[in-house]
Write a protein that binds this ligand. Sequence first.
Ligand code: NAP
Length: 336
Amino acid sequence: MTVKIGVIGTGAIGSDHARRINQVLSGGKITALHDFYPASAESTKTRFAADAEIFASGEELINSPSVDAVLVTTTGATHEAYVLAAIAAGKPCFCEKPLATTAAAAKRIVAAEIAGGQRLVQVGFMRRYDEGYVALKQAVQTQTGAPIMVHAAHRNPTVPTSYNTPMAIHDTLIHEIDVFRWLLDDDYVSAMVTFPRRAARSHAQLRDPQIVTLKTAKGVVINTEIFVNCHYGYDIQCEVVGEDGIAKLPDPMAVSMRLAAKLQSPILTDWKDRFVASYDVELQDFLRAAARGTASGPTAWDGYMAAIASDACVTAQENEGQAIAINCPPRPALYA
Ligand code: NAP
């Protein structure tokens, strides 16, 4: 079966997902596009989806018989309405991270999915599909003993001046928030933020860098540096310290060179390149499940748990040095 896919939001990642569904993956075809900015939908159609119909609204797209499943790849604050509409239409929905920008909005999505009685939502936490994280999780589960600490870093070369301090949590740390829950099979109990001096390349709306300390129910302490104007590259680091040893996320494969009296290897600069393979795997997983009328992978519950932790981290930013409690409700049966 070929799943007919409608994409809402054809910006950077929406158009790239349209490309991968039509050109890389199997089992899906882009039949419908919508974007607030019609030229963007036109451009995606021209480049990757010649047969797709362009819809005047996301709601019309969701309810069209030419759409079996939906990709929501608009800006975060607009996800909720489209995901709720997809659930109401009974159509599988892949929603880019964050599921919603507040825990209250994510909770409404969870409630709607539970009311419908079946899983329809997959959240775009693609790191769970990354070969490196999968290998790291296996090492943590089988070799390094019970985890005690995690040291991590999320570094971007630069961000635009529209990027502000809370976005370091909602847009950036949200990946770590989800992947550490998954990696450690644990939930969070508190968050604390510390700001070193502001880096010279930071800007008026942004306190950069920052260090977020999360504590889990099993007592693991996770320190993550977020440095989004680090200048030198896009660099994701993660090291888990266990009872018996340490496991480290592998760096992306790169040729190491001995040149001009230096030992050197390149570092990526574009986030699109760092997890390119995992985007393919996560969307193939979505297509396989959508063909059965359901969803796989990271759940709306995972999106909700990430949103609760993310809200606490933003409160922690506003109360530097204070531990902010994170209260996770019990997991409903649909997400067992
Ligand atoms: P983008 O380039 O700004 O694209 C978003 C597009 O959605 C824009 O064309 C925007 O139009 C359109 N849009 C905004 N609100 C809309 C609405 N209510 N209805 C229809 N169209 C709307 O952003 P992006 O980088 O692709 O990011 C999109 C989402 O993907 C975000 O949630 C982001 O966090 C996520 N993302 C995930 C990853 C990942 O690694 N998993 C990477 C990048 C992005 P206007 O420009 O006219 O507003």
